[in-house]
Design a binder for this molecule. Sequence first.
Ligand code: ATP
Ligand code: MG
Length: 177
Amino acid sequence: MRLFFGLPFDAETCAAVRRVQSRLEECAQRGRFTDPGNFHLTLAFLGEVEEERLKTLGTILRENPIPPIDLLFDRLGQFGGGICYLAPRTCPTLLKGQAALESALRRAGFELEERLYTPHLTLGRKVVFSAGKDLSGSLEPPVPAHSSGAALFHSHRVGGCLRYTRLEPDFRSEPDA
Ligand code: ATP
Ligand code: MG
């Protein structure tokens, strides 16, 4: 199963992020925009993992928790490929928590990518801005964000749609709705 650790956000945060995403959509000629039900901030992407390893992932998360956390998204950035994202103001608690989780995963033999970790919430991919409408830069006003803390997600398709299902603490996959 395809898995990643990430931060989910509460409904109020997702609604505020959705408002920024709507502005982005208005300024874009085209793009593939993240379903608001899938908004998250990736902490560590695991890729394909055998189901037998779920218990180990549970132990790693219990030993390296990221407790409830408040962030402030204050910048709209772009990666190559037209990936548009919201970036949080530097948060040492987040960076320390992510680094500890990543180290524990590597020690347990999970192969993670070597790229420097850049916290971001993806709003859209393959985004092409209309002329003169590039929204990148500091976000006014910034978006306060609340997360209940690190969680494990299952990335899968349900009825053809990509869905990130949060796995419950005992890490049994929820039945597909
Ligand atoms: P799709 O791959 O279908 O375009 P997606 O990238 O949103 O959709 P996944 O590939 O399952 O879905 O990725 C889940 C999360 O992990 C996303 O936030 C994605 O950006 C992130 N992710 C995917 N691959 C990597 C990677 N190699 N390194 C770091 N993060 C990744
Ligand atoms: Mg992907």
